[in-house]
Design a protein around this ligand. Sequence first.
Ligand code: FE2
Length: 292
Amino acid sequence: MEIEKQSKENILGYITHDVFDKFGRLLLAEGTPLTPNVVQKLEERKLGFRISAEPLGNSSAILKSASLKTGNSKQFKVPPKLDNKFVKINGESIGNAAKYMNWILRQVQEDIFLNNNLKILAQGHKANYSHSINVSLITVAIARKLKYDKPSLQEIALGSLYHDIGKILLPKSVLDDIAGVYNGQTLIYQQHTVLGSDLLAADKLPTGVYLIARQHHEKYSGNGYPSGLKGNDIHLNAAIVTVADVFDRLTSAVFKRNVLPPDEAINQILLAKGIDYHPQVVDMFVELFNRE
Ligand SMILES: [Fe+2]
């Protein structure tokens, strides 16, 4: 999968109004430069737009962009000092995953639509963005162990970063309900899988990306949601993200009242190997850690 880069040349003009998609997501803020690539994406979505030949100056457009925090000031990067939960992961595996995710984040920031998703994610519930980065690091490290090729690695990296993107459409109160959220008990909460998958599919991202959002709460035994898929009917990308996701949740205070130390979280995952989680994925996950 090639992430399309937004060319700094070839600016056709500037959009004169905010453009929202059918989900109510802000796709382009007023004043955004329009390149042929952006126009093509708007046309693919059958979204009408008006264009001005000149930048909109310091009119309300810039203020609006700033208030929507869609300006360019925030650079998304993997934090230089990783969370303690990663300490026991083989240094080379996690170091390479961090390097790779920084490369992915740079690509994402060159694509106006993918970057908007990231900004919306970062502006949403406080836990979402850091959780997404943590999950992507573990996911990439596992996928590397499973010898993913270059295009597949790019898809799983992007899909893991956006696995919870559907949460941007959920009410904050649902996300604040820690116990309900952790146990996946609320039907509204469960909708983030389908909503996220629909958002990413609308962005014309490949199956290997959007099925991660849809299937990362499915369980190997068939007891997950939203579809109760079983075993290998679950996309391998999603099966990997499931393990990375649960490890980060079990070890993060924002998701769980009784946070587990990493070793205990690993043991819990091992106990559910072949029941909740894909056995080969669990094996690769465990191999990441230098266990005594
Ligand atoms: Fe999720």
